[in-house]
Design a protein around this ligand. Structure first.
Ligand code: SF4
Length: 659
């Protein structure tokens, strides 16, 4: 049987050349530009700008982008067409290039109000973390730094320019993937420079972006400690709202689909989103409404699919990929839903973005609309270049919402000498309290010089046994001064164990008896003792590793301090974001993390918290709410309900949001 040939002719679309914006400028003329077009404007610099999604958001919020920097030539051509100011092709990963940028921006010294950008970021392994602090202290100048973590370059530029405000956008994995170490470091560094910071995980659709897209936004400002976000919308902009007015394209297998310019006639009813997108676009036509040719087999497949279809539903004779491995290889979008998140993958193939009705993948213009680029915005280069630029962009409407939270606040300016950021003060108090506590009865709950790997292992193995603090202290004391587990120490531990459960935990140490060399390699202990993940995390924390201990006790403290219910509703996202503020970064971060666990386990109990004994009581938004709620519970005789009334939580959230 001859193999059916379905391929489409390989083609490269034409190169779209775009002239520079009439208010753009070359570096040599930057000083003149500042005195002319840039005068009296609120200026921003956009790092890793790409085509300018974030720049457009900044512009919509009231800034003028004085300089954008990227290493992608085509994206910069797009930027230069659509924005005034300088579009600079630079690789910010190199320190000498950052020197050059600083020199270029010298004429704007003291005039750059905002530095924005979304640096590409690779998650950090725990092993690499100890280097982070020293790198940022030395402006990222590390000859061994081959990975070029560009977030450090971003932070370095911020430190050099010292703008009033900072905006960073990134994928949630920048935080969630690696205990937020990068985010914690950036926040701590900025706070040390006198900036107040805020980190939010934002659903882009709540700010009008018609797609599923969760982003991590970091804001910082040194004028006031206030981040006023526009209220989130409950209404979703559907795919029909977003692209339903764009012309239907004839689609025949193997033939060209759409074109650079296509006739457009406005329908009688236009969604408010589409109306916004059509502003200042030519009335009679739409640009870049074009996509890849469609293979014959794909045409048939697209025709049969619904928005619920999986790749395994594709007729077997037309499958080119393993249906078990590639379960979502094809995705047909639904008119009534949000789109799948537009990513750079769209430049490779469009199979995640199949049009809901027409047997083809999305056009450049449709993808641009879903990213909230208006129809007047054009992209330089080939069709693939355009898809790549669109996929890599920050949606302008999301950028706008984030930037608006950084607008100056009338009549509210920081005192002479800059801000004393709220969370930095909280962390300082927490560190002081924990350091004192380390010298007292709770020493074995906190990392420090007194804590040996053996003692940390004992505490970790006994976690969850519900021993009283004094009982646990007695057991840890049984191995006091011991660097390795001897027969005598093991016996002493068993003798000190007050319950059967505690004895069985101690029994697990038997496998390392007679292996004194093990204790020289503290990192190998969890594996040798077959610790469960929670035990291993606690062990690592107590031996001074910088990590987030995402236990209920610490999450509860962080949530109550913030006046939120993130310990119960959004533990993995908002719960962690709240925790990050308290833990911070640097040498004392493990001490603060362990201290929060201790506070949560002792005073900030889920019921009847001992707020009078809490070292963080003066910062706690929920303190009075928790107390009054308990009073209500006692009066009504009810137990075990929600300990924070919804209304009180809302008040607390607003208070916290001001910070
Ligand atoms: S003040 Fe009370 S509710 Fe607030 S963190 Fe401390 S113990 Fe918990």
């Amino acid at each position: 049987m001859t193999k059916q040939y379905y391929g489409v002719p390989l083609e490269r679309s034409d190169q779209l050349k775009l002239p520079a914006n009439r208010n753009s400028c070359k570096p040599a003329k930057f000083a003149d530009w500042l005195d002319g077009y840039g005068k009296e404007r609120r200026l921003a610099v956009d790092l890793f700008s790409g085509a300018g999604g974030l720049s457009l958001g900044l512009q919509r919020a009231g800034w003028t982008v004085a300089a954008s920097v990227d290493s992608d030539e085509r994206a910069l051509e797009t930027h230069a067409k659509n924005f005034p100011g300088m579009s600079l092709r630079m690789d910010l990963g190199k320190p000498e290039v950052r020197d050059e940028l600083e020199a270029l921006l010298k004429p704007a010294e003291g005039k750059i109000d905002l530095v924005a950008g979304g640096p590409p970021c690779q998650p950090f392994s725990r092993a690499g973390r100890s280097k982070i602090r020293s790198l940022v202290k030395h402006h990222g100048r590390d000859p061994e730094d081959h990975r070029k973590e560009l977030w450090k370059a971003y932070l370095d530029v911020v430190k050099r320019l010292r703008p009033r405000a900072v905006l960073m956008e990134n994928v949630p994995d920048m935080g969630l993937g690696d205990d937020f170490i990068v985010i914690r470091t950036i926040e701590q560094e900025l706070e040390e420079l006198g900036y107040a910071t805020q980190v939010r995980l934002v659903d882009a659709w709540r700010y009008g972006v018609p797609q599923h897209r969760k982003r991590l936004i970091l804001l910082a400002r040194n004028d006031v400690e206030q981040f006023d976000w526009r209220p989130e919308s409950e209404r979703r902009t559907t795919l029909r709202d977003a692209i339903g007015d764009l012309p239907v394209l004839p689609v025949k297998a193997r033939e060209k689909v759409g074109d650079r310019e296509w006739q457009y006639s406005e329908p009688d009813e236009l969604s408010s989103f589409a109306r916004e997108m059509r502003k200042r676009a030519p009335k009679e036509h739409v640009w870049d409404h074009m996509t890849r040719r469609v293979r014959e087999d794909d045409w048939l497949t697209f025709n049969e699919m619904t928005s619920k279809s999986l790749y395994s539903d594709v007729a077997p004779e037309r499958r080119r990929y393993d249906a078990e491995q590639f379960t979502d290889k094809y995705k047909k979008l639904g008119w009534g839903d949000l789109s799948r998140s537009i990513t750079a993958h769209i430049a490779k193939d469009g199979y995640w973005y199949i049009h809901p009705e027409q047997n083809r993948t999305l056009t450049v213009r449709e993808a641009a609309r879903i990213q909230t680029f208006p129809d007047r915005f054009r992209f330089a280069g080939t069709r693939s270049d355009a898809f790549r630029q669109i996929g890599n962009a920050v949606p302008p409407l999301l950028g706008q919402a984030a930037a608006e939270a950084l607008l100056p606040v009338d009549g509210d300016e920081s005192a002479e000498g800059g801000l004393q950021p709220y969370w930095r003060t909280v962390r300082e108090d927490l560190t002081k309290w924990a350091a004192e506590r380390r010298g007292g009865a709770d020493w074995f709950q906190l990392p420090g010089e007194r804590m040996s790997p053996l003692q940390a292992a004992v505490v970790a193995l006994l976690s969850g046994t519900r021993l009283q603090s004094a009982q646990l202290a007695k057991m840890v004391a049984a191995v006091k001064g011991q660097k390795t587990l001897t027969q005598t120490a093991y016996r002493a531990l068993l003798d000190a164990a007050p319950t059967e459960s505690a004895r069985s935990r101690v029994d697990r140490l038997a496998v390392v008896l007679g292996k004194p060399e093990l204790w020289n390699d503290a990192d190998a202990v969890p594996e040798q003792l077959k610790m469960k993940p929670a035990e291993a995390t606690l062990y690592q924390l107590l031996t001074g590793k910088d990590l987030l201990w995402i236990g209920q006790a610490a999450l509860r403290v962080a949530a109550r301090l913030n006046g939120s219910d993130s310990d119960r509703t959004n533990r993995l996202s908002d719960g962690r974001v709240n925790l990050v503020k308290l833990v911070g970064a640097g040498e004392e971060a493990p001490l603060r993390m362990a201290a929060l666990r201790l506070i949560g386990n002792t005073v900030c109990r889920s019921r009847e918290p001992l707020c009078v004994e809490c070292p963080l009581a003066r910062y706690c938004v929920d303190k009075d709410n928790v107390a009054s709620d308990l009073f209500t519970d006692t009066m009504s005789g009810e137990r075990g309900g929600d300990s924070v009334p919804a209304q009180a939580r809302e008040t607390g959230r607003r208070t916290a949001a001001r910070r």
